[in-house]
Design a protein around this ligand. Structure first.
Ligand code: NI
Length: 194
């Protein structure tokens, strides 16, 4: 049931409005394995409502990103943010405010990859050391219907790759070269700085 609350509203939304925490699909659900469909009109009210609920769900979880298929909606929409404490010291990595990315396109820049520990709200309790492109350019549409483009590195680039993989039915374990580096957060935390 939606609840009335003033907490965790994205900028520009009313202080008091209906908040909805959506159910998150877990690994094995078919919605996570299929390719999501492009959004015909990023400015449509139902997309705005979906994004608001995704943000509420992400903040409640809590998570750093969420893709629409994770809330059982097979559309090419992701939301994410990058907190300062997660950033690497790579140039181009840094905190990123809440970002809504619709119909994203990713272009790797350079051949370098880095491994880093990832978790996923659809794979609860687990973490894995996942190779990702170090740098990339991404583009997509915001809720205003305007196309924007950014370059990203490090953790910022990692989050974008992780979330956009969800739109192609890919979960992070499928990107791992060595499943020996997949484990429960509680165990891995004993030997790695997560
Ligand atoms: Ni995920």
């Amino acid at each position: 049931m939606p609840v009335l609350t003033g907490f965790s509203r994205p900028p520009g939304r009313p202080i008091l409005s209906v908040m909805a925490i959506l159910k998150i699909a877990r690994m094995g659900h078919p919605v996570l394995a299929r390719r999501a469909e492009p959004v015909p009109d990023p400015t449509a009210p139902e997309i705005r409502a979906l994004v608001a609920d995704m943000v509420d769900t992400m903040i409640d979880a809590p998570g750093t990103g969420l893709a629409a298929p994770q809330v059982h909606v097979p559309l090419r929409v992701v939301v994410f943010l990058v907190r300062k404490e997660r950033c690497t010291d790579l140039p181009g990595d840094g905190p990123v405010d809440l970002t809504v990315l619709i119909n994203p396109e990713l272009t790797p820049l350079g051949a370098e990859t880095d491994k880093g520990w990832e978790g996923c709200l659809s794979v609860p309790g687990l973490t894995g050391n996942v190779p990702r492109h170090r740098r990339l350019r991404y583009a997509g549409y915001g809720l205003d219907g305007k196309r924007f483009e950014r370059e990203a590195a490090g953790f910022h680039a990692r989050v974008v790759q992780h979330e956009c993989d969800h739109l192609d039915g890919i979960l992070y374990p499928q990107r791992m070269a060595d499943l020996g580096e997949l484990g429960f957060v509680e165990e891995i935390r004993k030997r790695e700085a997560l």
